[in-house]
Design a protein around this ligand. Structure first.
Ligand code: FAD
Length: 380
C-alpha cells in the first residue's frame, strides 16, 4: 500500500512549524542575512517548541519522531530562511552518528546535553585539503593510555562557535585508507581547540561556519564511536539519514521562490497585462511548481525508507541531488520572473538564489551524489 496523506499529528506539526516560521523567522530573515548575526533567540524558541532534536529517541529527551516528520519540519523552516533553519537543524549531523554508534553512557551524556537545554553540536569531517575525498583526511588520533590525542585541522564546521561538542573523524591508522578512519565525541571546551573566524559566505549567512584547529586535543578512550576503523562507515550511514533533510530544505527554498514568483507575476504588468498572462512566464512558473512537487516526493520517499528501517543510500542521493538542483533552477527562474527587481536586495528572491547554491555543495556535492547513484545502478 502507498499513501500520500499525512496523519493528523504530522499535519499539526506542519501547521505549528508554519506558524513559527511566519511569526519568528520570516520577519527576521533579511536582518540575519545582511548582518550574519547568529539567530540565538530564534533557536531557543524553536528548541522550546520541540523543533530541534526531532529524531533523537525519547529515552534521551528528544522528539522520538521519524525522518519523515523531520523532512516536513525542515521544509517549513527553510521556506522561512535556510540560514536560520540550519542553526535549528544543525544537531542532526552530530546526533545521528552518536545514536548509530555511541555507547549508552555517551548517548545519555551528550544527547542529554542537547535535549535538556538549548544547545548545539557540530560535525567535523571536512578538512582544508579533503572534502569530497573524505577518506583522505589528515587529522590523526593516537591512542595514548586511556586517551586519544587528536591533531589536525577541520574545515567548514557549521555551528562550530556555538557547539558544545563535536563528532570528529580522524585517522587512527594512516596506512589503512578509509578503514583507518575513526569517529570521536570531542567536548568543545577541551584544551587545544582553536576556532577560526566566521566565514563570510554567499548565502545561508545566519549560519556560522568556521575552520577549527585541533592541537593535541585529548579525549577519553571511551569517546570513540564504535570501534577503531568504523569512522568512514559511520560517516556514510549518517549521510543516508541526514541527506533527506537537505533535500527537504531544498524543497522549502524552491517552494518559497515559487510562491514569491506567483505573487509577483500576478501584480507586475507588461504589455498591458499582468506578466502571469504571458505564456512564457506561465511556463516558467509551471516548471517551478513541478520541480517542487517532484523534489518533495523524492524526499519523502528517502525519509520514509529510513523510518521503515530500509537501506536508502540510492534514494537519499537521488533526493539530495534532484532537490538541490531543483532549488537552484527554481530560484534562478524566480529571479527571472522578477526581472530587474529580482536582482535587487529589496526583493526576496536573490537571497533564495544565494541560499540555494550551497545545497549543491554540502553533505556531498551533487557530483558525488551522481557518483553514488551511478555506482548503485551500475552495480559497481
Ligand atoms: C556552508 C558550508 C557548510 C558546511 N558544513 C560542513 C560541516 O558542518 N561539516 C563538514 O564536515 N563539512 C561541511 N562542509 C563541507 C562540505 O561538505 C564540502 O565543502 C564538500 O563535501 C565538498 O568538499 P570540498 O569543498 O573540499 O570540494 P572538493 O572535494 O575539492 O571538490 C571540488 C569540486 O570537484 C568536484 N569533485 C571532487 N571529486 C570528484 C569526483 N570524484 N568526481 C566528480 N567531481 C568531483 C566536486 O563535486 C566539486 O565540484 C560545509 C561546506 C559549506 C560550503
Amino acid at each position: 500500500m502507498i499513501g500520500f496523506d499525512l496523519s493528523d499529528e504530522q499535519l499539526a506539526l506542519r501547521e505549528m512549524t508554519e506558524r513559527f516560521v511566519r511569526e519568528e523567522i520570516v520577519p527576521k530573515a533579511a536582518h540575519h542575512d545582511a548582518t550574519g548575526e547568529y539567530p540565538r533567540e530564534i533557536g531557543r524558541k524553536a528548541f522550546e517548541l520541540g523543533l530541534m532534536n526531532i529524531t533523537v529517541p525519547e529515552d534521551y529527551g528528544g522528539g522520538g519522531l521519524g525522518h519523515l516528520e523531520e523532512a516536513i519540519v525542515t521544509e517549513e523552516l527553510c521556506y522561512g530562511c535556510a540560514g536560520i533553519a540550519i542553526c535549528i537543524t544543525v544537531n542532526n549531523l552530530a546526533t545521528v552518528p552518536l545514536a548509530i554508534a555511541g555507547s549508552e553512557a555517551l548517548k545519555k551524556r551528550y544527547l542529554g546535553m542537547l535535549t535538556s537545554d538549548h544547545a548545539t553540536a557540530s560535525y567535523c569531517l571536512s578538512e582544508p585539503d579533503a572534502g569530497s575525498d573524505a577518506a583522505a583526511i589528515a587529522t590523526t588520533a593516537q591512542r595514548k593510555g586511556d586517551r586519544y590525542v587528536i591533531s589536525g585541522s577541520k574545515a567548514w564546521v557549521t555551528g562550530g562557535p556555538q557547539a558544545r561538542w563535536f563528532v570528529l573523524f580522524a585517522k587512527t591508522d594512516r596506512s589503512l585508507g578509509s578503514k583507518g578512519v575513526s569517529a570521536f565525541i570531542v567536548p568543545a571546551d577541551s584544551p587545544g581547540i582553536r576556532i577560526g573566524k566566521k566565514e563570510d559566505m554567499m548565502g545561508q549567512r545566519a549560519s556560522s561556519t568556521v575552520f577549527i584547529d585541533f592541537e593535541e586535543v585529548a579525549v577519553p578512550a571511551d569517546h570513540l564511536l564504535g570501534a577503531e576503523g568504523d569512522g568512514f562507515r559511520i560517516a556514510m550511514k549518517t549521510f543516508d539519514r541526514t541527506r533527506p533533510g537537505i533535500a527537504a530544505g531544498a524543497v522549502g527554498v524552491a517552494r518559497r521562490a515559487t510562491d514569491e514568483a506567483i505573487r509577483y507575476a500576478k501584480e507586475r504588468k507588461a504589455f498591458g497585462k499582468p506578466i502571469s498572462e504571458h505564456q512564457a512566464v506561465q511556463f516558467l512558473i509551471a516548471d517551478m511548481y513541478k520541480e517542487c512537487a517532484a523534489a518533495r516526493l523524492l524526499t519523502w520517499h528517502a525519509a520514509w525508507k529510513i523510518d521503515r528501517g530500509e537501506r536508502n543510500t540510492l534514494e537519499c542521493s537521488i533526493a539530495k541531488c534532484f532537490g538541490a538542483d531543483a532549488a537552484m533552477r527554481v530560484t534562478t527562474d524566480a529571479v527571472q520572473v522578477f526581472g530587474g527587481y529580482g536582482y535587487s536586495k529589496e526583493f526576496p528572491v536573490e537571497k533564495l538564489m544565494r541560499d540555494a547554491k550551497v545545497l549543491q555543495i554540502y553533505e556531498g556535492t551533487n557530483q558525488i551524489q551522481r557518483l553514488i547513484i551511478a555506482r548503485q545502478v551500475l552495480g559497481s
